[in-house]
Unconditional design. Structure first.
Length: 271
């Protein structure tokens, strides 16, 4: 819905066991700039795709997604296309807030397409995940600074993870026009224009030893960092563009979740 101060959009998803070994979606709603569609998937899980119903987010827009996965339910959430932040008439930043709540033994794969900060845009993203004991969360985030051949807009992304009521991760990335000096330097993105995160919580292979997953010669640079106080690992990657970033995140995820008869001390380096 468009108001005098910008567009608003909200999506709400709740997944629960259907009593027959599958997953039901008793709540699946989208309003304003966000629409939601159930997509086909193999049981016992359910799959949902987020669809942008209009051009958003622009300056001043407010978007929110709430996902709740009940005990024993399995859900995958993706998006139909990349989210492109664009400049708007409003000089205020746009906001995109996501909240993920997992009950005991719930499984959620959060796998949206990239977020692109086009030239002149200003987007503030917050993602908060609350995970109960025994739940499994796979969260992929891809951020791209600028479309091809253009300077980036401003992008601020904050990720907070709470496991069993305890905050184990709370970090923020600020990049692009207007960000603090040094965001593009050696201690920041080091000239890269795509940044990705893969958060694994509760999986058998989720707790990895600290490890660099690439070599100096690789276009993509990535490292795995275990999180204290939870069976969780954060994989952080930098790449020249989104095309280089996605394959490494996919390989990393497959390697971490692949069944293994023996304990794995660390994630194998991506080929």
């Amino acid at each position: 819905m468009r108001t005098a101060s910008g567009v608003t959009g909200a999506a709400r998803i709740r997944a629960v066991p259907d009593g027959r070994g599958g997953t039901a979606l008793p709540l699946l709603t989208g309003e304003g700039a966000l629409a939601v569609r159930r997509t086909r998937t193999a049981p016992p899980g359910a799959a949902v795709t987020l669809v942008g119903a209009m051009s958003a987010p622009l300056g001043g827009d407010r978007l929110r997604v709430d996902v709740e996965v009940g005990a024993g339910a399995r859900l995958t959430v993706g998006s139909a296309a990349a989210t492109v932040a664009l400049p708007g008439r409003e000089r205020r930043p746009a906001a995109y807030d996501v909240r993920l709540t997992l009950a005991e033994d719930a499984v959620l794969h959060w796998l949206p397409e990239p977020v692109i900060a086009a030239a002149g845009s200003d987007l503030r993203m917050t993602m908060r995940a609350e995970v109960a004991p025994g739940a499994l969360l796979v969260l992929r985030e891809e951020l791209v600074l600028g479309r091809h051949g253009e300077p980036p807009g401003r992008l601020v992304s904050r990720l907070t993870l709470t496991v069993d009521g305890r905050t184990v991760l709370d970090q923020e990335l600020a990049a692009g026009r207007g960000a603090a000096p040094g965001w593009d330097g050696p201690a920041g993105l080091a000239g890269h224009r795509a940044a990705g995160q893969l958060l694994l919580v509760g999986a058998e292979g989720a707790t990895l030893l600290p490890r660099v997953l690439t070599t100096r010669a690789d276009a993509v640079q990535a490292a795995a960092t275990p999180l204290a106080g939870a069976p969780a690992t954060l994989v952080t990657a930098l790449a020249p563009d989104a095309r280089e970033l996605r394959p490494l995140l996919i390989r990393t995820l497959h390697a971490a979740l692949a069944p293994s008869p023996h304990p794995r001390p660390a994630l194998a380096t991506a080929p």
